[in-house]
Design a protein around this ligand. Structure first.
Ligand SMILES: *Cc1c(COP(=O)(O)O)cnc(C)c1O
Length: 469
């Protein structure tokens, strides 16, 4: 989704730098390469350093990035699969898991041994969790036609897991006013083949937190797993709770929660490429373990779907957690929650805008008076980048540290007022609607085929060199 706006220019560098259409015979000078990379990085950092870009740059502190990069560089060439050569990976991975379990109150767990994995990201954690539920349910409950039940708002990674692993996906609609799922509606979709139900803390579209306590009761009553998707909220909500914000419990303190994903590469402020996946019971974690004993290349085992992994990513994720500490995360959370509240107040200044759900560190809004994407169009000309929502059409901003900088909320107030005035004057349809918004008349087969073909072209462009001119 995020990539859709650059549909129109996938190759902005083609006139600035030589296009590599094959492996060069002679290598280029390293200094020249680095100069080119620095130039591109500086250009790309401009897009978010203004604080006007939703999500994505959770940290935005170039000093922190430099520190993480140094930690990464020391171990980047090491393969975490070969622990005899890099016991450092065990220190990093074990301690990342221990720190994340601690944050999720694994100390409240009784009767089972909590455990975890470090994966490649939120999608990696969700895929791995669903695969573990599938294989564990097959082994312990004899389930051969597994299904999972998710609120509509839960991330597409669950759809991907269902697709990849042959799970039936059952989607439960949410209340349009609160954006939350009704536990009774979830209950109605559970049957003897349900391996896990899902709740988000918070979900991506609205940042709202599903009624996890009710889902926990439900999971216990029905004997199914409950995965809490804390990919987005896992490293910020616990600190929001400590600060007194209204954060309902969502972690291992609830006895029905059997696994949690929490991304170190989002509000953990790590480099892109890591996430933690945490289990109430080691037995479910160990269902992710993979063995090939009879291969000519020797006996093989790996703790999850991935093979070789960079020890550098583990080192940098570990370094981010250890350098920030609870006090650091709490201080950043305080600024982020306060900034979100201030931006929400700005939205409330406009009766034409309507907030969707109760904002946390993400806020979402729509309009009953005009096409909200006119607001996005106008804000875009001022350098703002929102994420687009549909059903109903809306915009959201995941508040991150770049927004907490001086002047950003004031710019938001000025630019939003201008954009609302602009939107009120428009009669035609907004430019951004076509890309992000709901389709009038709905997603018919024809419309789906057309949209998928556009998306295919976008992905093709992203995987290619520009056509010669
Ligand atoms: C970002 C996100 C994911 C997926 O994470 P990736 O790191 O993009 O793979 C899953 N769930 C939620 C709620 C998210 O915000």
């Amino acid at each position: 989704m995020a990539g859709m706006s650059d549909l129109f220019d996938a190759h902005p560098y083609q006139d600035r730098y030589p296009v590599q259409r094959g492996l060069p015979e002679q290598g280029r000078p390293k200094a020249e390469i680095l100069a080119e990379l620095r130039e591109m990085a500086a250009l790309e950092n401009q897009a978010w350093e203004t604080g006007q870009c939703s999500g994505t740059m959770y940290c935005g502190d170039l000093d922190h990035y430099a520190f993480l990069t140094e930690a990464f560089g020391l171990f980047a060439h090491q393969n975490a699969l070969q622990r005899d050569m890099c016991p450092s990976a065990t220190r990093f991975e074990g301690e990342i898991i221990a720190m994340a379990l601690d944050l999720m109150h694994a100390n409240a767990i009784e009767g089972t041994e909590p455990a975890g994995l470090v994966t490649s990201g939120g999608t990696g954690s969700i895929l791995q969790a669903m695969l573990s539920y599938r294989d564990h349910a097959r082994a312990t409950r004899g389930i051969t036609k597994p299904n999972i039940v998710k609120p509509e708002t839960a991330h597409p990674a669950f759809v991907k897991a269902a697709h990849l692993f042959g799970l039936e996906l059952r989607v439960v609609p949410v209340d349009p006013a609160t954006t939350l799922v009704d536990p009774a509606a979830m209950a109605a979709r559970i049957d003897e083949n349900t391996i896990a139900i899902i709740g988000s803390a918070g979900n991506y579209p609205y940042g709202t937190i599903d009624p996890i306590a009710d889902l926990s009761d439900l999971a216990l009553a029905r004997g199914v797993g409950l995965h809490v998707d804390g990919c987005l909220g896992g490293f910020i909500l616990p600190f929001g709770e400590e600060l007194g914000y209204a954060v309902p419990p969502f972690d291992f303190r609830l006895p029905g929660v059997t696994s949690i994903s929490a991304d170190t590469h989002k509000y953990g402020y790590g480099l892109k490429g890591t996430s933690s996946l945490l289990f109430r019971d080691k037995a479910l974690r160990n269902a992710a373990y993979f063995y090939v004993l009879d291969w000519s290349g020797g006996k093989y085992f790996s703790p999850g779907m991935e093979g070789s992994r960079s020890d550098g990513l583990l080192a940098s994720a570990w370094a981010s957690l250890v350098a920030t500490g609870r006090a650091g995360y709490r201080a950043h959370a305080q600024e982020i929650f306060a900034t979100c509240a201030a931006m929400v107040d700005v939205v409330r200044e406009h009766p034409q805008l309507r907030l969707v759900g109760s904002p946390t560190f993400v806020f979402a809004f729509t309009s009953d008076d005009f096409d909200i994407y006119h607001v996005a169009d106008r804000m875009k000309t001022r350098g703002w980048r929102f994420n687009g929502l549909q059903y109903p059409d809306g915009l959201h901003l995941a508040v991150t540290r770049p927004q907490t900088r001086d002047g950003v909320v004031d710019r938001f107030r000025t630019d939003l007022a201008d954009a609302v005035a602009y939107a009120q004057e428009q009669t035609g349809s907004a430019e951004s609607t076509a890309i992000y918004g709901g389709i009038p008349g709905g997603l018919t087969a024809d419309v789906s085929t057309f949209i998928e073909s556009v998306m295919e072209q976008i992905m093709d462009a992203h995987q290619s060199v520009p056509a010669p001119r």
